[in-house]
Design a protein around this ligand. Structure first.
Ligand code: MLT
Length: 304
């Protein structure tokens, strides 16, 4: 009997891949053979001596001490691409939110007071204040052309945007899946200088931490829109707040509600919802459950 410890809710569709006659699965199990998790933080956690595998039902593995796991011979699996469509849809929604100031306009409308007649009159002020822009013809910059970046780039092309992309590690596979008219650029600075909207799809590591800083913000177009559904550390939040306050950045839409950002009127923060669709949770859980099972039962390694 294999013992599986779950540190977060894992979709039933995934758990069903681990037959109950061979797998005992619980959030309280002792001496587990494997751990399945979403965003739970394993840094600082005592690692059981029985542990052979960790399955992250998501793309990023920065909540897992991967080096420490490798040193102890524990395999770490993730689910690359399994939630890519969910993230893409939220990024596309963010583009419309920013272009039409939907959150700010909704906030304005919610706070209107008076009779319907008076509210109707006050509505005129909102109409004057929230004049948006349309996406066709605008330039989207995509940093990171992995599973999510490629989907975002192709969708933006289909919506009539010009798309430029940067990825120092682009693979043949991701290049092949890009629409032919997504234009590659060869430096982050070049992309930042040319884009009206910029979206980030890279992991957080030494090379990407603070990728958006005061100097790079200075290179950007006036009124640029920034979207970050990857990791918070990619962006220097204090520098972005400063740029939002002077109008250099029109809006920052991100998946990380921090104290620095969450109350700024031009910043829309969401509680890490990129992968939170039923479909994405099922896809991720099925992928990691299969990976962990193949590893425990046959020693096969996929996405490690
Ligand atoms: C990811 O890395 O894919 C996301 O952070 C997943 C999640 O929110 O669980």
């Amino acid at each position: 009997m294999y013992k599986i410890l779950t540190l977060n809710n894992i979709s039933v569709k995934g758990l069903e891949r681990l037959p109950r006659d061979r797998y005992e699965i619980s959030s309280e199990i002792q001496n587990p053979d494997a751990v399945l998790l979403r965003s739970a933080n394993m840094h600082g956690m005592e690692i059981p001596g029985t542990l052979k595998a960790v399955g992250r039902a998501g793309a990023g593995v920065n909540n897992i001490p991967v080096t420490q796991m490798s040193e102890r011979g524990i395999a770490v699996f993730n689910a690359p691409g399994a939630n890519a469509n969910a993230v893409k849809e939220l990024v596309v929604a963010a583009m419309f939110l920013a272009a039409r100031d939907i959150c700010q306009a909704w906030e304005f409308a919610r706070h209107l007071k008076g009779s319907d007649r008076e509210i109707n009159d006050l509505t005129e002020a909102g109409k004057k204040r929230f004049v948006g822009f349309e996406l066709p013809g605008r330039t989207l910059g995509v940093i990171g052309l992995g599973a999510v970046g490629v989907l975002v780039a192709n969708t933006a092309r289909a919506m009539g945007m010009k798309v430029i992309g940067y990825d120092p590690q682009i693979t043949v596979r991701s290049a092949w899946r890009l629409a032919s008219d997504v234009q590659p650029v060869y430096s982050v600075d070049e992309l930042m200088a040319e884009a009206d909207m910029i979206t980030f799809h890279v992991p957080e590591n030494d090379a990407t931490r603070g990728l958006v800083n005061a100097k790079r913000l200075g290179l950007m177009r006036e009124g640029v829109v920034l979207m970050n559904f990857a990791r918070s550390g990619i962006v220097d939040e204090a520098a972005v707040v400063e740029a939002l306050s002077v109008g250099k950045v029109h809006a920052y839409i991100c998946d990380f509600p921090t104290n620095t950002l969450k109350d700024h009127p031009r910043c829309v923060t969401l509680p890490h919802l990129g992968a939170s669709t039923h479909e994405a949770q099922d896809n991720c859980a099925v992928m990691v459950a299969d990976e962990v099972r193949e590893y425990l039962e046959a020693g096969n390694v996929r996405n490690s």
